[in-house]
Design a binder for this molecule. Structure first.
Ligand SMILES: *[C@@H]1O[C@H](CO)[C@@H](O)[C@H](O)[C@H]1NC(C)=O
Ligand SMILES: [Ca+2]
Length: 166
């Protein structure tokens, strides 16, 4: 087959799949764990760009219940990364943690020991952290949003939207 046709067909197949092959499915969402390290702002932009490739609205992960936390902790446990940005932040009002996906205040959390502590007044982004010596076993900490870290994107599971092929 012609290479362009093969590319077009694989793009359609990727868009029609309820979660793309390198994404993970949990309940009504698809999740993607990055390998690249980015700031919080760049991670958010990259999630949005990746989602657009599938015709979906993607963002940083909303970890709003214990089941989602447990599921993501299991995914993170299969990586060697020590920290993944999720969508929780208190960039607008110090101490008011909201999800970047909705702007709504967080109702579930999994903060680690003494977190969030806003160390040096400079920590406004939540990170799922593996540092068992300090009591963080996929618990959350707040970190400076400029830290370069891996990150978890999410997008809807069933918002199927094939690209127009012309
Ligand atoms: C991301 O950062 C970690 C920790 O500094 C490092 O070990 C890893 O190699 C980095 N990954 C990439 C893809 O640069
Ligand atoms: Ca902290």
């Amino acid at each position: 087959m012609n290479t362009l046709l093969v590319i077009a067909l694989s793009l359609i197949a990727a868009a029609l799949a309820r979660c793309p092959a390198d994404w993970d499915h949990y309940n009504d969402r698809c999740f993607f764990l990055s390998r690249d390290n980015e700031t919080f702002a760049d991670a958010l932009s990259l999630c949005e760009v990746i989602g657009k490739q599938y015709g979906r609205v993607a963002t940083l992960a909303t970890v709003d219940d214990a089941g989602t936390q447990k599921h993501l902790a299991n995914l993170v446990s299969h990586t060697s990364s020590l920290g993944f940005y999720i969508g929780a932040n208190d960039l607008v009002h110090e101490g008011t943690w909201v999800w970047v996906s909705s702007g709504h205040a967080i109702t579930y959390n999994n903060w680690g020991p003494t977190q969030p502590n806003n160390r040096d007044g400079a920590e406004h982004c939540a990170v799922i952290t593996y540092a068992p010596q300090d009591g963080f076993v996929y618990h959350w900490t707040d970190e400076p949003c400029t830290n370069q870290l891996t990150y978890i994107c999410e997008m809807p599971f069933d918002n199927v939207n094939a690209p127009v092929v012309g």
